[in-house]
Design a protein around this ligand. Structure first.
Ligand SMILES: *Cc1c(COP(=O)(O)O)cnc(C)c1O
Length: 457
């Protein structure tokens, strides 16, 4: 693996430029004890070797994508100021950059008017969405699919909002009939629609859910923490595209720039279609708001101190790689999707594996064919382990048996769930490495199956 360091020279140049802005202040001398720093820093470098190689294309496991160079550099550069985007007093330039950056994200979703800000994570962004939902629909239930992120039920617990999960169909999407039944029987205030579930990247049927909304009148929150940016790509399936095409009709959207937006961790985003929900956040802080009459980001968010550096990095990234269909950034996502489709096709044509449904985004999940669910799960875990020894880094996911009842014909369901192999092909480079990835998976599978046969006989 080669860690990119060529761009570091730019940081030095940009720091000098930054300093020019403060030249009217008297000099302050400060020279760090380099020897002491060096010892600790090299110790850190050694400690950090104990990680999976997330930036490498042979890491195809969990949702981990390296920040792009411009994000890394802009983030580092801003650390010499260390702005706090809670209030303009703490981060004037970076607050303006945050507003510009989130306006571009809102525009990507088709919203000119909006209320939006960054958060430290998708979890915090979803918390704000459900907090607003609960305020607008007190005592009514929030529902989300059984494959939605666990954060929704947990957040509802924190907020003391009643929560119920909705069954998924054989494509791992929210089951419309099940949702309709709940709407008829219960007082549902908000439906959480996931575009890009965390386990499989599945897309809930938003067009049908919007139809139900016109009949039953609930709020819709779209959790697109993972999948939001895929609205820009040109190679989605029709039903997936249809969901994105009506995303602008929902009430709130969450997207994580630290997942597919090429940002370092600490960057989620919440967007509301109706800016007037801002009044729910109203509070009086005696400490922070003295520098201007303008709305502070701290007045429209639940978090107080927040890394202004996140906004700076995001702004810079979107400057270099605008969020436009057909652009370079969109092209990266299209490549990821093509990589997923390529692997899917290979898996589908291989009798050792079962794939229940095609990937809707860039996540592929598959099962090892075997006589029982328990044996299949064991084999998946074994392949996961041996692949790692062979420098291919996959992930595992536990999925309910209902998903595989058709595709997994002949499996003895001696348990209710099955351990699947899972791959998030998030990096654009994955497409160039796809043959290598497949060859290793192929060889590892052959090895594991051979071994398990020889043990069985
Ligand atoms: C990752 C994810 C979350 C949680 O976001 P964090 O940034 O990890 O807190 C919520 N929902 C979905 C669909 C996700 O993929």
């Amino acid at each position: 693996m080669t860690l990119e360091t060529e761009s570091l020279g730019l940081l030095q140049e940009a720091l000098s430029r930054l300093e020019e802005g403060f030249h009217s202040l008297p000099k302050v001398e400060h020279s760090p004890n380099l020897d002491a720093l060096r010892i600790v820093l090299l110790e850190v470098a050694e400690r950090m070797q104990d990680n999976y190689p997330y930036p490498h294309p042979l890491y195809v496991g969990q949702m981990l994508k390296p920040p792009t160079e411009i994000a890394r550099l802009a983030y580092m550069l801003s650390l010499w100021i260390n702005p706090n985007n809670h209030a303009l007093d703490g981060g004037r330039a970076s607050s303006a950059m945050e507003k510009e950056a989130v306006a571009e994200i809102a525009k990507m979703f088709g919203w000119e008017y909006h209320l939006a800000h960054l958060t430290s994570s998708g979890t915090m962004a979803n918390l704000e969405a459900l907090w607003v939902a609960g305020n607008l629909h007190p005592n009514k239930k929030v529902v989300a699919s059984s494959q939605s992120h666990y954060t929704h039920s947990r957040i509802c617990g924190v907020l003391r909002i009643p929560f119920q999960s909705v069954l998924c169909n054989s494509l791992n999407r929210m089951d419309i009939a099940a949702l309709k039944k709940l709407l008829q029987e219960d007082d549902i205030g908000t439906v959480v629609v996931t575009l890009g579930t965390t386990a499989t990247g599945s897309i809930d049927p938003l067009p049908e859910i919007l139809e139900l909304q016109s009949e039953y009148g609930f709020r819709i929150h779209a959790d697109t923490a993972y999948g939001g940016y895929f609205t820009l790509v040109d190679n989605l399936d029709d039903s997936t595209r249809a969901a994105y095409d009506c995303l602008k009709n929902v009430d709130s959207i969450v997207v994580d720039p630290h997942k597919h937006g090429l940002q370092p961790y600490g960057c989620g985003c919440i967007l509301f279609k109706d800016p007037s929900v801002g009044k729910l956040y109203k509070h009086d802080s005696p400490y922070t708001y003295f520098s201007s009459e303008e709305l502070h980001l701290g007045e429209i968010s639940l978090e107080c101190s927040r890394a202004g550096s996140s906004a700076v990095a995001l702004w810079a990234t979107q400057r270099l790689l605008p969020l436009i269909p057909g652009g370079e950034f969109a092209g990266y996502l299209s490549k990821s999707r093509t990589a997923a489709l390529t692997i899917f096709e290979k898996l589908q044509n291989d009798s050792r594996f079962i794939v229940a449904f095609p990937p809707e985004l860039d996540i592929v999940v598959w099962v090892v064919k075997s006589q029982s669910a328990s044996e299949s799960s064991r084999l998946a875990k074994e392949i996961f382990k041996v692949a790692e020894q062979e420098k291919l880094y996959l992930a595992l996911a536990n999925l309910p048996k209902e998903l595989f009842l058709e595709s997994g014909e002949g499996i003895n369901w001696d348990q209710d769930s099955i351990t699947c192999l899972r791959s998030c092909l998030m990096k654009p480079e994955h497409l160039d490495w796809i043959d290598r990835i497949w060859q290793t998976l192929d060889a590892v599978t052959t090895k594991v199956l051979k071994l398990s046969m020889s043990i069985a006989t």
